[in-house]
Ligand binder design. Structure first.
Ligand code: PMP
Length: 424
């Protein structure tokens, strides 16, 4: 029995489904999960020493690739100084200031330890600040696994075909309204009826948990206008798009400023970090200044803050976004050239360094409802064939691919060649 097979059978006995987060279990594709041994740049090695070109990048945090030398050095130094104090630290203030300088919606920021916590806390803040209870989300958008948001969510939930989760009382979700993305008429009808009782509308401005469902700017603008008109807040969940689309994330890219914004992933450089931010007036509703309670033993953890700050500094120093865009263009153009005159079983959707293999013309897939229910089947052989060649894509058709600054042109060309082989 190989080391990985042995470990996987032990995992299945020690962890539910063998994993600590469902989509890792590979149930949506063929084969067993990979146990990573180490990563460097755009590659990682499994337990048997097999090398893979990685396009998952820890689901987004590793925008600089695995084990970036600067981040590793900074983290090692931080660890040596002490791993947790449960007290304010210098990097926490610096990271908050940097994000304030970069993101149009942020005057103040509170750190937490995951994206889930960030959105959950931001929603509590929105309710506390507006004195209203109802929230609005969009089907296919994933905002973590807190009770009120586990309604028509994407990510692992779509992979398993579950509309929501057992263990979430219906009473907890009665105050969560759900609309389809890309439907202006439904948006207007909802606000006409319920707008004045709405605390906050939460959306991924670039929905990336149910495929990459690129929204029309006009739809996001309408949401901005309607929330403002009805005295409700707008929360952009930038856990994926934050720092990936540029310094100011999707808010800057779309030139739309939300009232609240949530971050995770890149902001921790691979360490467990989340944050939510907004105007000073709004954020000061939080304890200890205001009545909205929110706290965390490991929030603003010094090692995590050091990793996040180092990551943002490297991104800035390298003008990483220009490079990421050019790698993304190379993928898009390369695939178009190599498959010219032929049919591919998917359409590449690409925004900056995010990509997705869509089942239909991207113009027609802007909502979860527009996706054929069986398209995961078509993805299995593609995932399997690439894995055989040592190219690792997410083990689910609904998850997006991530490019990093550590990917070389040759890495992208390898992906192009592997994908173009499906053209006929
Ligand atoms: N919001 C969005 C947009 C996400 O993509 C995710 C995670 N993929 C979350 C929230 C939850 O973050 P975490 O997994 O860190 O709890």
């Amino acid at each position: 029995m190989s080391l990985a097979t042995d470990l996987w059978s032990r995992a299945l006995h020690a962890l539910p489904g063998g994993v600590s987060s469902p989509v890792r279990a590979f149930q949506a594709v063929d084969g067993d999960p990979i146990f990573y041994r180490q990563g460097q740049g755009s590659r990682f090695e499994d337990l048997e020493g097999r090398s893979y070109l990685d396009f998952v990048m820890s689901w987004g945090p590793l925008i600089l690739g695995h084990a970036h030398p600067t981040v590793v050095e900074v983290v090692q130094a931080a660890v040596a100084r002490g791993m947790s104090f449960g007290a304010p630290c210098e990097d926490e203030v610096e990271l908050a200031e940097k994000v304030r300088d970069w993101h149009p919606a942020v005057e103040k920021l509170r750190f937490v330890s995951s994206g889930t916590e960030a959105v959950m806390s931001a929603i509590r803040l929105a309710r506390g600040a507006t004195g209203r209870d109802r929230i609005l989300k969009f089907s296919g958008c994933y905002h973590g696994h807190s009770d009120a948001l586990l309604v028509a969510a994407g990510s692992g939930l779509v992979t398993f075909g579950e509309p929501a989760s057992a263990g979430v009382p219906a009473d907890f979700t009665h105050l969560t309204s759900v609309l389809q993305l890309d439907d202006d008429a439904a948006l207007e009808a909802f606000f006409a009826e319920k707008g004045d009782e709405l605390a906050v509308a939460v959306i991924e401005p670039l929905p990336a948990n149910n495929g990459l469902l690129v929204q029309r700017k006009a739809f996001l603008l309408k949401l901005r206008e309607l929330t403002e008109k009805h005295g409700a807040l707008l929360l952009f969940d930038e856990v994926i798009s934050g720092f990936r689309l540029g310094k100011g994330g999707a808010s800057e890219a779309y030139e739309i400023t939300p009232d609240l914004v949530t971050f995770g992933k890149i902001m921790g450089g691979g360490m467990p970090v989340g944050a939510f931010g907004g105007s000073q007036a709004l954020m000061d509703h939080l304890a200890p200044l205001g009545p909205v309670y929110q706290a965390g033993t490991l929030s603003g953890n010094p090692v995590a803050m050091a990793a996040g700050l180092a990551t943002l500094e490297v991104l800035e120093g390298q003008d990483a976004w220009t490079r990421l865009e050019s790698l993304g263009q190379r993928l898009e153009q390369g695939l178009a050239q190599k498959s010219a005159g032929k049919e591919l079983p998917f359409h590449l959707v690409r925004v900056g360094s995010l990509f997705w293999l869509a089942p239909r013309d991207p113009e027609t897939v802007r909502s979860a409802e527009a996706l054929p229910s069986d398209f995961g089947e078509a993805y299995r052989p593609i995932h399997g064939a690439l894995l055989e060649q040592g190219i690792y894509l997410a083990p689910s058709a609904y998850e997006v691919g991530f490019l990093s600054t550590a990917h070389s042109e040759q890495d992208v060309d390898r992906l192009v060649t592997a994908l173009a082989a499906f053209a006929h």
